[in-house]
Design a protein around this ligand. Structure first.
Ligand SMILES: [Mg+2]
Length: 125
């Protein structure tokens, strides 16, 4: 699979990229929601498939919730989104799910947890 990781932390991206590569997946990195939209539009235009989006909550410029709100309105992509978050309040989770996030994963997470979520997503979509 080809996975877009949206996170302002280069360290987190490096960690997730390694987990994905160990299982034979490729990844792209966007450091915020705006950059993610740019990458998604480029990929739409070139017909390159992004299978899953892993989306951080707290980011500068456009955060995870703002990204979901934007995509909910503008329908830039129908690719399933998994929120990666430290926000575990029920309201936050509810908000993300109401804006069409498919799943969420609590940070920090292991490779096993990540791939459990990804295989769940594969079954759902
Ligand atoms: Mg962050």
């Amino acid at each position: 699979m080809n996975i877009l990781v949206v996170d302002d932390s280069r360290v987190i991206y490096a960690m997730v990229k390694k987990m994905l590569e160990e299982k034979g997946h490729t990844s792209l990195w966007a450091e915020d929601g705006l950059k993610a939209i740019e990458i998604i539009k480029e990929n739409n235009a070139s017909n390159t498939k992004i299978d899953v989006i892993l989306l951080d909550w707290n980011m500068p410029n456009m955060n995870g919730i703002e990204f979901l709100e934007y995509n909910f309105k503008e329908k830039v992509t129908t690719t399933p989104v998994v929120m990666m978050t430290t926000e575990n309040s029920p309201e936050s989770i509810k908000k993300a799910l109401s804006l069409s996030a498919a799943e969420y994963i609590m940070k920090p997470f292991t490779s096993d947890i990540l791939f459990n979520k990804i295989s769940l997503i594969e079954m759902m979509f």
